[in-house]
Design a protein around this ligand. Structure first.
Ligand SMILES: C[S@@+](CC[C@H](N)C(=O)[O-])C[C@H]1O[C@@H](n2cnc3c(N)ncnc32)[C@H](O)[C@@H]1O
Length: 390
């Protein structure tokens, strides 16, 4: 159908039917022959949409502002700023926890099918909460000054949305108590200890201790660590279970941060090398895992300097994935197995497709709900050479 309507951001369109969930947590609808990505809806609903972005030829984006026919999976959000125009953090608060996981499962399956040709029949494991309510878990939060109050940023925006009186539902601890005008801070906590840092003094940040796999890890308050208090343990268990490391083997931990997986492999009697771009993270990794050898640098420039004969590789890249040059260099090392930890199922699927081109198969792919109330999902894939499984 020809696209006829001229619509500006801020206009209301609809009713539209939200058919399915897309990567990124948006519902997919159609209006006047065009795809509309809709936040704050549940697939199966009929909604009116306030258009937020018309800058793309092939699709628009918008927020569901009126629900005409509600899904059975819609619930009352616990937070008053989680809806349209509110904080950009929790985009799934209006969906029951079980159905949040079902939607994430659909996204992982769709990405693996479309981008890697894989037929995945796994589930998104409940993992961290057990109780299923998905609140009070976030150990690392960036709080923004909103005059004399604290706030959180709106979706894809620098606009600060003031915190409601009840605070943030998913944060483990609230922002510091202050009087007068407040400045932006990042707050990191291990549940018992809290470190607050002033945005302009990030380099002077004192580290916090995070416990995982039975060991303490020093982490800068603004450095990378999994945000759910149980996530590091869950991911280490999945990686170790997938790799089945043996005493005396040689392993490489790429994008190693402060040495979470390097430490787990070192503790199981392996000789380990780690690579990480952040200098301060590498300094802490050396302190956390004195038995391993760490190299500060970009993975893509460091692979040639690692030992050629490694048995196991852990890849835990940032959101964009490892990408072709790194994947091909890692596969060329011909390890026994690779564990790939991914926060974006689409980047994972693209990298798995590259591995498949080179004769590798995914021996297992698990998905975990480590970010309840949001569309985010974490996956662990275990790769092995295809000939080994035949
Ligand atoms: C998802 S985090 C994983 C950290 C660690 N494995 C953990 O679980 O705590 C990704 C890490 O990759 C690092 N990084 C990003 N791009 C990189 C690159 N090109 N080369 C090396 N490290 C990189 C980031 O600094 C970050 O520490």
């Amino acid at each position: 159908m020809a696209v006829t309507q001229i619509v500006e951001p801020g206009e209301l369109i609809g009713p539209v039917n939200v058919d399915r969930i897309a990567h990124g947590g948006h519902g997919v609808a159609r209006h006047d022959g065009r795809v509309v990505f809709v936040r704050h809806a549940v697939p199966g609903e009929q909604v009116m949409v306030r258009v937020t972005d018309t800058s793309h030829d092939r699709y628009w984006s918008g927020d569901a502002v009126t629900v005409l026919m509600a899904s059975e999976h819609r619930v009352e959000p616990g937070c008053v700023i989680s809806g349209p125009g509110g904080c950009g953090g929790c985009d799934f608060q209006h969906i029951s926890p079980d159905h949040q996981r079902e939607l994430k499962r659909q996204v992982v399956a769709e990405q693996l099918d479309r981008l890697a040709g894989l037929d995945w029949d796994g589930i998104v494991e409940e993992g961290p909460t057990g109780a299923g309510d998905g609140v009070a878990w976030r150990t690392r939060t960036r709080w923004f000054g909103a005059g004399e109050a604290w706030g959180l940023r709106a979706h894809h925006s620098h606009r600060v949305v003031p915190l409601p009186a009840e605070g943030c539902q998913i944060a483990l601890a609230g922002p510091p108590t202050t009087s007068g005008r407040v400045a932006d801070v990042t707050l990191a906590s291990d549940g018992s200890r809290t470190e607050t840092i002033d945005d302009v003094r990030v380099s002077g940040t004192s580290p916090v201790v995070q416990r995982a796999d039975g060991r303490d890890h020093w982490v800068a308050a603004d450095g990378f660590w999994q945000v759910h208090p149980r996530a590091a343990d869950i991911l280490v268990a999945a990686v170790i279970d997938g790799l089945q490391p043996e005493v005396g083997e040689r392993a490489v931990d790429l994008y190693c941060g402060v040495g979470l997986f390097a430490g787990a492999l070192d503790a199981r009697g392996l000789k380990v090398w780690g690579v990480e771009a952040g200098w301060s993270a590498i300094e802490l990794a050396r302190r956390n895992v004195p038995g391993a050898t760490f190299r500060a640098g970009r993975v893509e420039r460091s692979l040639a300097k690692l030992p050629a004969d490694v048995d196991l590789v852990v890849l835990d890249p940032p959101r964009k994935g490892a990408r072709r040059p790194v994947m091909e260099a890692v596969l060329a090392l011909a390890p026994r197995r690779i564990a790939y930890v991914a926060c974006d199922p689409s980047a994972l699927a693209r990298d798995l497709a590259i591995a498949a081109e080179h004769g590798w198969r995914a021996a297992g792919i698990r998905a975990f709900d480590l970010f309840p109330m949001t569309h985010h999902v974490e996956c662990v894939a275990v790769l092995e050479p295809r000939h080994r499984s035949q």
